[in-house]
Design a protein around this ligand. Structure first.
Ligand code: ATP
Ligand code: MG
Length: 1002
C-alpha cells in the first residue's frame, strides 16, 4: 500500500517538474516571432550580444530563454528542424545538469544543441560525448552547422588524430568526441613530460559535458577501466608454448570451465599432463611459473572466439566491444589474456602490458563540475545515477505518439531453424519492398545470415566490425531506410543510429558527387577493397537527376579533370575527398547567388569549389525530392522492420526487454513513423549456455513433437525464456551492485589520482618558481621524516636515536654537505639539543644549533627569506605530527637540519653556472619522472591489493574497509618514497653533475 503511494508521488514529481519547465517553453515561444524577423547576420550577432551580457554580470539563467530561441531559429534555418516544445524542455534539463530520458528517435541530437550553445557562451569549452567515432563525426557535422552559423567554433576528436589537431579541437567552443578518446586524452595528458604535449585545456580541462547514451557510458561501461600500458617483454616466449599445451588438454578431462564466472580449473590429470609436457615439477614454481600461462591459454581457447570477441586484422587481434559491436583498436585484455589469444592465433606476441595509467568512465566524468546526459533508457537506473553522480533522471514526454508495432517473440528449438526463419522473413519483406534491419550479436552470425541471403540472391548490406564494412558505415546507414534495403548489422547499428525512411538525401547527394567527381581528381584507384559491400545498390530505385543537375555534374567533372591536368596535381584519394567535402561545406555557408558570383570572380583561377558546390546543391534537391517520395512509399508499406536475432543478455534489470533489444527496436518507428519489430531466439543461443540452462531436453522434445521449422510463438516456453532473460539481468545486477560498493571505496584512489595529477599539472604548467618551492618543501619533509623516525617528542632527548639520524642525514645530503657537518658526533648533537631545551624564541633568519656548524648563508633575497619563514611557520603549526613535551626541541631540529640541507642545495645550484631556466628544467623533469615511476607502481599495487582483498573476504574482516586502509597506507608511503627519490636524485645530480638520463637508467 505505502509503496504504491510512493510510486505515485514519484510519477507526479516527474510530471510536476516537466510542467514547471513549460514556463520556460512559453517564454521561448513568445520570443520566437521577434527572433524570426532577424536576418542571418543579426541572428549571428546575438551570440556576441549574449556573450557581452554574460560578461556584464548577467547569469546563464537570465539569458537562457533568449539563447534557446536563437538556437531554435538557427536550427530551423540551417537544418530545417525547429525544436519541438518537448525538445526545449530536454535542453533545459541538460542545462540543469540532469539526465533527460527521451525515447529513441525523439531527436536527442538536436536537443543537445540548446544546452551546448548556452554553456559554450562562457568560453570555457563544452564537450558533447557520444559512444563512438561515427556518431561524434555525424553530430559534429550535422549539429555543428547550427553552432558555426551562430559563430561558435566546433571541434571533433576522432581515433588516430595527431596531437596538435586534438589540441586545436579541444580549444573550440564545443568539442564533439567519444568517451574513449576523451578518457585516453586525459590519461595521456597526465603522462606527458612536456607542457607542449598537453592537448586538453589545462589547468581546467573540464567544464560542462553532455553525454549521449549516458546509461551506456556511465553504467554499462562505467566501471571498465581505460588502461594505458607500458611494455614488459620478459615472458613473451611462454605464450606460444602455453597455447600448444592448451591444445593438448581437453575440457572435462584435464580442466573444467565455468562459463558464468569466466574461469577455468585444471584437474589433477590436467596438471600432471601439463607438467609432463613442460618438463617441470611444479606449474606454480616461482622461478619458472607456468600456471598462469596455461590457464590463460585455456581461457583463450574456450572463451575468446575469433569474429565474436575479437577479429584478426593486420596481424593483430583486435577486440570487438560486445555492447557496441565495434572494434576497439587500442584496448587490450589485461593479465596476459591478450597475449594468450595472440599465441592461439599464431600472431606475433605484443609486449606484456604494465598499467601506467588507468581511470574508469565513472571517475572520469566525475571530474566535470557540471555534467548532463541523455538517453532513451535511464529511468531504471535512476537510483544509481542519483547515488553516484547526484543526477536526477527526468522523463520527457514524446512529441508524437509511437505507432510502432512490436510483434511477439518467436522461439525456435534449433539455431538452424531460427536462421532459416529470419531469412524467410527478410525475403518476404524484400518482396514487399519494406526496408529491414537485422540485428545480430556477432560478426560470425552476421556473415552466416549474409550467406543464406546470398544463396537466395537477395541483395543486402552487412555492417560489422570488419574494416571493409565499417569504413562504409555512414553510407550503409544512409541507405538503410530505402525501399528494398536489407541491412544486417551487429550491435553497431544500435544506439543512436538514425535510419531515415526513404534514405538520407544529404548522404546520397554526397555519394553521387563523389562517384562523379573523384575519378577526375585523383589518379589513385578508388577503394577497390570494398567490392561487394554495396550489394543492395542494384535493388534501389535509381535517383532521377534533372537535366540541370546533370549539366552541373558534367561541368564539375570537367573542371576537376582540367584542374588536375593543368595544375599537374597528383592528389591522393584522401585529399580528393576532402576537396569534395570542403565544397559541400561551402554550399552550406553561401547562398546560390553568392556561389555563382564567386564562380565568375574566380573564373581566372579554376573555381573548382564553387562548381562542385553548385552541382551538389542541385543534386541535393533531386535527392530530397526522391527521398521524400520514397519515404512516403515506405511509410505506406509499413515502415522499417527490425528483426532481433537474440536476447542479448543485458546488464540491466528491466521488466519488459533488455536495453539492447530496446535500442534495436528503437531503430523503427522514429518520430511517429510506422514500423515494426520482431525478435527470434532459439534454445541453442549462447545465452542459455551461459546460464547453464539445460536446453538439450527441450530441443529434443520440441523437435520430436514438431518440425523445428515451426516457431513456438506464445507457447509457455516463450514465457520461460523471458523469465530466463530476467534472471540473466538479475545476475548482472548483483555483480553490478557489489561493484558499486567497491567503487565507492575506490573513491579513495580517485582522490589519490587527483592529487598526483594536479601535482603534475602544477609542475608542468606552473611557472618555474612552483617546482623550486615544491623541492624545498620536499627537502624539509624528507628531513622531518627521518627526524620523527629517530626523535620521539614524548621521550627524553637522551632516549633519541640521534646517531642513526645523523647517519641518514649525511647519507642523503652526501657530497652537498660540508665536511664540518659530516664530522658532527651523536654526543655533540645531544649536548647542543640540551642547551636549546629552554629556548622559546629564535631568530628565524639566522638560527643555528649551538656549537654546530653554520649553514651556508644563501637565504639572501626576499624570496628565499620568505620561503624560509614560511617553512618555519608550517613547522610550528604542524598539527599532523605527534606531539609531546619535547615538540619544541624537535621543531628546532627540523628547522636547523631542514635549513641546512636547503641552504647547501641552493648554494650549489647558484654556483653551478647554469642559468635559471636550465635549472628549472632539470628540477621539473626529475619531479615528473619520479612521480610517474611511483604512481605506476602504486597502480600495480592497488590492483594487486584489490585481488588480495577478494581473497581476504573469506575471513572475518570487512574487505572493503581493509582495501581502503591499505590503499591509504600505500599511497602515503608512495608519496614519501617519491619525495625521497626526487630529493636524492637532485642531490646526486648536483653533487656529481652526472648526465641527467643516468639518474633514471641506473
Ligand atoms: N524538431 C525536429 N523536427 C524535425 N525532425 C526532427 C526534429 N528533431 C529530430 N528530428 C528527426 O528525428 C530523427 C531522430 O533523431 P535522433 O537520432 O537525434 O534521435 P535520438 O533521440 O537521438 O534517438 P536514439 O535514441 O536512437 O539515439 C532524425 O531523423 C531527426 O532529423
Ligand atoms: Mg541519439
Amino acid at each position: 500500500m505505502s509503496s504504491e503511494i510512493k510510486w505515485k508521488d514519484v510519477l507526479n514529481l516527474n510530471s510536476w517538474v516537466v510542467r514547471d519547465y513549460y514556463r520556460l517553453v512559453s517564454s521561448v515561444n513568445s520570443l520566437e516571432p521577434q527572433i524570426q524577423r532577424l536576418s542571418d547576420e543579426q541572428l549571428r550577432e546575438k551570440t556576441t550580444e549574449l556573450r557581452s551580457r554574460l560578461s556584464q554580470g548577467e547569469t546563464l539563467a537570465d539569458i537562457q530563454a533568449e539563447a534557446f530561441s536563437v538556437v531554435r531559429e538557427a536550427a530551423r534555418r540551417k537544418l530545417g528542424m525547429r525544436h519541438f516544445d518537448v525538445q526545449i524542455i530536454g535542453g533545459a534539463v541538460l542545462h540543469d545538469g540532469c539526465i533527460a530520458e527521451m525515447k529513441t528517435g525523439e531527436g536527442k541530437t538536436l536537443v543537445s544543441t540548446l544546452a551546448a550553445y548556452l554553456n559554450a557562451l562562457t568560453g570555457d569549452g563544452v564537450h558533447v560525448v557520444t559512444v563512438n567515432d561515427y556518431l561524434a563525426r555525424r553530430d559534429a557535422e550535422w549539429m555543428g552547422r547550427v553552432h558555426r552559423f551562430l559563430g561558435l567554433s566546433v571541434g571533433l576528436i576522432q581515433g588516430g588524430m595527431p596531437l596538435d589537431e586534438r589540441r586545436q579541437n579541444y580549444n573550440c567552443d564545443i568539442t564533439y568526441t567519444n568517451n574513449s578518446e576523451l578518457g585516453f586524452d586525459y590519461l595521456r595528458d597526465n603522462l606527458s613530460h612536456n607542457k607542449d604535449e598537453l592537448v586538453m585545456r589545462w589547468p581546467r580541462p573540464f567544464h560542462f559535458a553532455i553525454v549521449d547514451e549516458v546509461d551506456s557510458v556511465l553504467i554499462d561501461e562505467g566501471r571498465n577501466p581505460l588502461l594505458i600500458s607500458g611494455e614488459d617483454r620478459k615472458d613473451a616466449a611462454r605464450y606460444p608454448v602455453a597455447a600448444k599445451v592448451a591444445e593438448l588438454l581437453f575440457n572435462g578431462a584435464h580442466y573444467n570451465v565455468d562459463l558464468k564466472q569466466h574461469s577455468v580449473d585444471l584437474t589433477e590429470e590436467g596438471v600432471a599432463l601439463a607438467e609432463m609436457i613442460l618438463e617441470t615439477n611444479d606449474l606454480w614454481d616461482e622461478n619458472d611459473p607456468w600456471a598462469r600461462f596455461v590457464t590463460n591459454a585455456i581461457k583463450a581457447k574456450e572463451f575468446y572466439r575469433c569474429d565474436v570477441q575479437y577479429i584478426v586484422r593486420n596481424g593483430k587481434a583486435v577486440i570487438i566491444n560486445e555492447l557496441t559491436g565495434r572494434v576497439e583498436e587500442r584496448r587490450r585484455w589485461s593479465d596476459g589474456i591478450h597475449q594468450a589469444v595472440e599465441a592461439k592465433e599464431g600472431l606475433e606476441i605484443q609486449a606484456d602490458s604494465v598499467v601506467v595509467a588507468q581511470i574508469t568512465y565513472q571517475s572520469l566524468f566525475k571530474l566535470y563540475p557540471k555534467l548532463s546526459g541523455m538517453t532513451g533508457t535511464a529511468k531504471t537506473e535512476e537510483k544509481e545515477f542519483l547515488k553516484m553522480f547526484k543526477m536526477p533522471v527526468i522523463e520527457i514526454p514524446t512529441n508524437l505518439p509511437n505507432i510502432r508495432q512490436d510483434l511477439p517473440i518467436q522461439a525456435f528449438a534449433t539455431a538452424r531453424g531460427k536462421w532459416e526463419h529470419v531469412r524467410a522473413e527478410v525475403e518476404s519483406m524484400f518482396q514487399l519492398g519494406r526496408p529491414v534491419l537485422v540485428g545480430t550479436t556477432s560478426v560470425e552470425n552476421s556473415e552466416y545470415l549474409s550467406d543464406l541471403l546470398r544463396a537466395r540472391s537477395i541483395p543486402h548490406n552487412v555492417l560489422n566490425a570488419r574494416p571493409k564494412y565499417a569504413a562504409k558505415e555512414a553510407e550503409i546507414i544512409a541507405q538503410a531506410g530505402r525501399k528494398h534495403a536489407i541491412t544486417i548489422s551487429t550491435n553497431m547499428a544500435g544506439r543512436g543510429t538514425d535510419i531515415i525512411l526513404g534514405g538520407n538525401a544529404k548522404m546520397l547527394a554526397r555519394g553521387i558527387l563523389e562517384d562523379n567527381v573523384l575519378p577526375f581528381l585523383t589518379k589513385e584507384p578508388l577503394n577497390t577493397e570494398t567490392e561487394g559491400v554495396s550489394l543492395s545498390q542494384k535493388a534501389f530505385s535509381k535517383i532521377k537527376l534533372e537535366p540541370s543537375s546533370l549539366a552541373l555534374l558534367a561541368k564539375a567533372a570537367l573542371m576537376a579533370k582540367y584542374v588536375q591536368k593543368s595544375e599537374g596535381n597528383d592528389w591522393s584519394v584522401q585529399k580528393a575527398k576532402s576537396i569534395v567535402l570542403e565544397s559541400i561545406e561551402m554550399s552550406d555557408i553561401f547562398e546560390i547567388e553568392e556561389l555563382q558570383m564567386r564562380l565568375e570572380e574566380e573564373a581566372e583561377s579554376y573555381p573548382l569549389l564553387p562548381v562542385i558546390a553548385l552541382a551538389y546543391l542541385s543534386v541535393l534537391k533531386d535527392c530530397e525530392l526522391h527521398c521524400f517520395n520514397e519515404g512516403n512509399e515506405v511509410k505506406k508499406l509499413g515502415g522499417l522492420h527490425v528483426i532481433g536475432t537474440s536476447l542479448h543478455e543485458s546488464r540491466r534489470i528491466d521488466n519488459q526487454a533488455s536495453s539492447n533489444c530496446k535500442h534495436l527496436r528503437g531503430r523503427a518507428g522514429r518520430q511517429g513513423d510506422p514500423g515494426s519489430t520482431r525478435f527470434m531466439v532459439s534454445l541453442q543461443d549462447e545465452m542459455f549456455r551461459k546460464f547453464n540452462f539445460d536446453t538439450e531436453w527441450a530441443v529434443r522434445l520440441i523437435s520430436s513433437m514438431t518440425n523445428d521449422d515451426i516457431p513456438i510463438e506464445g507457447h509457455t516456453i516463450v514465457k520461460q525464456l523471458l523469465g530466463l532473460q530476467i534472471n540473466a539481468e538479475k545476475y548482472y545486477f548483483g555483480i553490478r551492485k557489489s561493484l558499486v560498493e567497491f567503487d565507492e571505496v575506490l573513491e579513495a584512489s580517485q582522490v589519490q589520482r587527483k592529487h598526483v595529477y594536479n601535482l603534475r599539472q602544477l609542475i608542468l604548467t606552473g611557472n618555474g618558481g612552483s617546482s623550486t618551492e615544491l623541492i624545498l618543501q620536499y627537502m624539509q619533509a624528507v628531513v622531518d621524516e627521518i627526524i620523527f623516525e629517530n626523535a620521539d617528542p614524548q621521550k627524553l632527548p637522551r632516549k633519541w636515536n640521534l646517531g642513526k639520524f645523523l647517519d641518514e642525514f649525511v647519507w642523503i645530503g652526501g657530497k652537498l654537505l660540508p665536511e664540518s657537518l659530516k664530522e658532527v658526533k651523536e654526543e655533540d648533537l645531544l649536548s647542543s639539543v640540551d642547551q636549546i631545551k629552554g629556548l622559546d624564541s629564535i631568530d628565524v633568519d639566522s638560527f643555528s644549533l649551538p656549537n654546530l656548524p653554520l649553514r651556508p648563508n644563501s637565504f639572501r633575497g626576499y624570496r628565499k627569506k620568505s620561503s624560509s619563514l614560511r617553512r618555519w611557520l608550517s613547522i610550528c603549526s604542524d598539527d599532523t605530527a605527534k606531539r609531546g613535551k619535547y615538540t619544541g626541541t624537535v621543531n628546532l631540529l627540523r628547522k636547523y637540519f631542514g635549513d641546512f640541507i636547503i641552504a647547501c642545495y641552493q648554494d650549489r645550484v647558484d654556483n653551478s653556472g647554469y642559468d635559471y631556466a636550465h635549472i628549472q628544467k632539470i628540477e621539473k623533469e626529475v619531479i615528473v619522472k619520479s612521480l610517474d615511476r611511483f604512481w605506476r607502481d602504486h597502480l600495480i599495487n592497488m590492483n594487486r591489493l584489490s585481488s588480495a582483498v577478494n581473497v581476504r573476504s573469506f575471513g572475518l574482516r570487512n574487505p572493503l574497509e581493509e582495501y581502503k586502509i591499505d590503499g591509504c597506507r600505500f599511497f602515503i608511503s608512495m608519496l614519501s618514497a617519491t619525495r625521497r627519490l626526487i630529493i636524492e636524485s637532485l642531490i646526486q645530480f648536483w653533487s656529481k653533475n652526472v648526465v641527467f638520463e643516468e639518474i633514471f637508467t641506473s
